[in-house]
Ligand binder design. Sequence first.
Ligand code: SF4
Ligand code: SF4
Ligand code: SF4
Length: 341
Amino acid sequence: MEKVKIAQYWGAGCGGCDVALLDIDEKILGVASIADIAFWPIAVDAKLKDVEALPDGGITVTFYNGAVRNSENEHVAKLLRKKSKIMVSFGSCACFGGIPGLANLSNTKEILEHVYKHTFSTVNEEGTIPLTECEVPEGMLELPVLYDQVLTLDDVVDVDYYMPGCPPTVEQINQFLDVVVKHLTEGAPLPPKGTVIASEKTLCDECGRKKTVKAVDRIYLPFEIDIDPEKCMLEQGVICLGPATRAGCGAKCLKANQPCRGCMGPTAAVMDQGGSMLSALASIFKVSDKETQLSEDDIIKMMSQVKDPLGTFYAFTMPKSIIKKRVKEKKKIKEKVVVKQ
Ligand code: SF4
Ligand code: SF4
Ligand code: SF4
């Protein structure tokens, strides 16, 4: 059998997804026996021109990790899409924007000014902000354009499969590689396009902690209480995104007695992970249309205990949420409303 070609690219992310692919241990040898690496910037010295020289569809599978943050990310995503039979959105940054997606709470100008002018990390007395083009004696230097909004991979190219997780687990990667290898060696069918390589259940189904439908009247940060390792975090007043999060990680954080931050993203039934979590939280506060045991003041007081609401409820999914990014409402001139008695 002719060797298949795989590619892995690192967009706006931390590099953990690249390491996760190496973490499959001896399985990587199985992959190496049937596959050549066509492009993987952290592992091999292939250049973009090598990818450009390949025929369209010449790469069997591309694992694209990281969000799309700048013009280079988008250019490489489009090139790899053109050259790949199968495009996998690999990791939460590529699938939902991930942690880099929280930059959508700001804009490029604010970020660049903060980083280059107002922090002590860079000696920059002239207050220079990086340019996208700069003429030097040797020629024109270019930098990618930083976008005003963090995008997900499927915002810019057609995606075949999604593998969420920060990073995806060894089990998810192995499961997918097995399917691809069987497809190539035995002609077994691939999963339907758009399949998410993870569980269909919610994390609460996978977690195994005891739930008693107990109402809470205070929110705690994990370090503020001794968390009972047997009981549901939410019922102890610790925000855990389990009800709004897809299972498949083996409830890793819960096993370390820490709440879920939601890195596997929403389940298929959930449109907006943060919104869904807010409604789960409302149920634990015992707030509903029919039953309101707390006064409005109590609810405001409780919600004010959530120190960073957007960072808590949308830690991994801001660019894929309904909100997508911070928006500033234009000030309207208030009209006087006269109510006739
Ligand atoms: S999904 Fe997580 S591990 Fe992967 S690049 Fe993003 S931040 Fe890093
Ligand atoms: S909310 Fe968290 S701790 Fe409670 S059952 Fe769900 S995943 Fe487990
Ligand atoms: S418990 Fe939640 S945050 Fe932790 S790995 Fe699983 S999905 Fe991600």
